[in-house]
Design a protein around this ligand. Structure first.
Ligand SMILES: [Zn+2]
Length: 531
């Protein structure tokens, strides 16, 4: 059976740009548009030309893409002609393949916000569609507050949608602008609308205010709509828009949708969706959501021992899809609940295969349990786990010794008479027969220690130049009679690999030192530094 075509409309660069704390530069917008085009969405709504200089310059030239580049703006203002509305003129002049107009479809909003009549609003919709079509643009109409409008006055909401469709708009998009509509309501109302307008001209634009934007999008599809609007990682105003990163894998991997519908996202592109999702986070300088469906680091992570042994035998028993399909990885967490199978699976992951009856497996498990009891957390510190396992097998070379370190925090007046706090660290290292002493000042004692430690590693220095710390987290654990500090450090290097290390001590400097040392040794080991 031929599958029906379903269209994806991305508004990360327009609605997503409304997210609190998000400020896209033109370079960001171009980079994200490139990611979206690689993914295979059909439309990229890139902004609101005329509303701000960045969007205006985005649309000042053709941006060649596979996707249809779409400009967003308002229908003509009431009481003006289309040619006499500067906002509309700017929108029509934008270098875009398509124009998406936002139009009122709730009679209450027409009266209160637009301060005009229902008929004038309908005329404005018709005039705007006609003007954009005359310019050779594909036209979409976002019917703002459509669901609330339909509940209040179904015939008027329907008249707005019909006016756009009859005038030749390619798509009539039903917006749940305040995100308060529930899936069964969306399904009913879209079903009613599709009696008046064919579903392959109807789109859904859902917001996530009841955490059902994705569910609402699917409800609309079930009722006949054939375009889904959304954003990468669900970016958007307030609680965000429908998350295309969740919607796309569901459309491609769940038979209920995959058997019926075809989208422009290839299997290959689907396999890169983790990278695309995390790429956006990186651009926004945000940590990816570990628990995000499909793409989160924990999306295919299992903790308990009995589950882990079943997963190793037959992954399908516990996973709803194969993680590789979306470019994710299966992850078995090593923790104090874990059984032997967890440890074995982790060993396989790091490339060590031991027989399950090998005495060293039990020894490693005991060691992990003992250390976790005093505060170490190996499921959050993959690199420290690998070092622990390899040390037990005698596979971690001895690179250098830290003979001693000294960290000093001093508060004093500087030359200008200002009160300042200065941290300084001195580290004495022995590499082979060579003794090296490094001194560094830092923002705080841990930073000073890190800088001094990595300042001069002698013959190993060239192996750690690409090493950077990307995250440093401290937690005070209540370990009975005295508090214990756990430090988790995340590092990366020139290859883009990320790894995490852990240190535990009653002293925060000492805990940090352990985690820093593990990170450096891990980096030397994976770079194949000679001993
Ligand atoms: Zn919106």
């Amino acid at each position: 059976m031929a599958r029906e075509r379903l269209y994806l409309f991305d508004t990360t660069l327009r609605d997503g740009a409304q997210t609190n704390g998000v400020d896209f530069t033109l370079a960001d917008k171009l980079a994200i548009a490139g990611m979206l085009d690689e993914l295979g969405v059909d439309y990229i709504e890139a902004g609101y030309p005329g509303a701000n200089p960045i969007d205006t310059s985005f649309f000042s030239e053709r941006r060649p893409m596979r996707a249809r580049v779409t400009a967003f703006g308002m229908t003509r203002r009431p009481g003006r002609s289309a040619s006499n509305d500067p906002g509309l003129v700017a929108l029509l002049d934008a270098q875009a393949d398509a124009i998406c107009f936002v139009a009122k479809s709730w009679d209450y909003h027409v009266r209160i916000a637009l301060e005009t009549t229902g008929d004038e609003n309908l005329a404005s919709i018709r005039d705007s569609v006609r003007a954009a079509k005359a310019k050779g643009r594909e036209v979409l109409i976002d019917c703002e507050h459509f669901f609330d409008g339909y509940k209040a006055n179904p015939s008027y909401a329907l008249a707005c949608a019909k006016a756009a469709y009859d005038e030749g708009a390619r798509w009539v998009v039903l917006c749940d602008t305040n995100g308060g509509t529930l899936p069964h309501e969306v399904e009913d109302i879209v079903g009613e609308l599709c009696k008046a307008i064919p579903g392959d001209h109807v789109g859904i634009h859902a917001h996530n205010d009841t955490e059902q934007a994705v569910a609402n999008s699917f409800a609309a599809i079930r009722a006949g709509a054939r375009q889904i609007q959304g954003t990468l990682n669900g970016l958007g105003e307030r609680c965000g828009n429908a998350n295309l990163v969740s919607i796309i894998p569901t459309l491609k991997l769940k038979p209920e949708y995959a058997d019926k519908f075809e989208i422009n996202v290839s299997d290959d592109a689907l396999g890169r969706i983790v990278r695309i999702s995390h790429g956006l986070d990186e651009l926004l300088n945000r940590a990816p959501d570990r628990h995000a469906p499909y793409v989160g680091e924990s999306a295919f992570a299992t903790k308990a021992g009995i589950h882990a042994s079943a997963i190793v035998k037959e992954p399908k028993t516990y996973e709803h899809i194969a993680p590789e399909r979306v470019g994710n990885k299966r992850k078995l967490l090593v923790s104090d609940q874990a059984g032997r199978s967890n440890v074995l699976a982790e060993l396989v992951r790091i490339g060590l295969s031991l027989d399950k009856d090998d005495a060293r497996v039990m020894r490693l498990l005991d060691e992990v349990k003992e250390r976790e009891a005093v505060g170490y957390a190996y499921e959050a510190a993959d690199a420290s786990f690998e070092l622990l396992a390899r040390r037990m097998l005698g596979q971690v070379p001895h690179y250098f010794d830290v003979e001693k370190f000294d960290v000093n925090v001093e508060q004093r007046n500087n030359a200008k008479g200002q009160r300042v706090t200065v941290s300084q660290a001195v580290v004495k290292i022995k590499v082979g027969d060579e003794e090296l002493i490094s001194v560094a000042e830092g923002i705080g004692p841990v930073n000073a220690l890190d800088l001094a430690l990595r300042k001069d590693l002698g013959k190993y220095q060239s192996f750690i130049t690409g090493l950077t710390l990307t995250d440093y987290r401290v937690r005070i654990l209540n370990g009975g009679t005295q508090a214990v500090t756990r430090v988790l450090i995340e590092s990366t290097d020139e290859t883009g690999e990320h790894w995490r290390t852990v240190g535990v001590s009653a002293n925060i400097i000492d805990a940090s030192f352990q985690a820093l040392m593990d990170s450096i040794v891990y980096k030397l080991m994976k770079s194949g530094a000679p001993t």
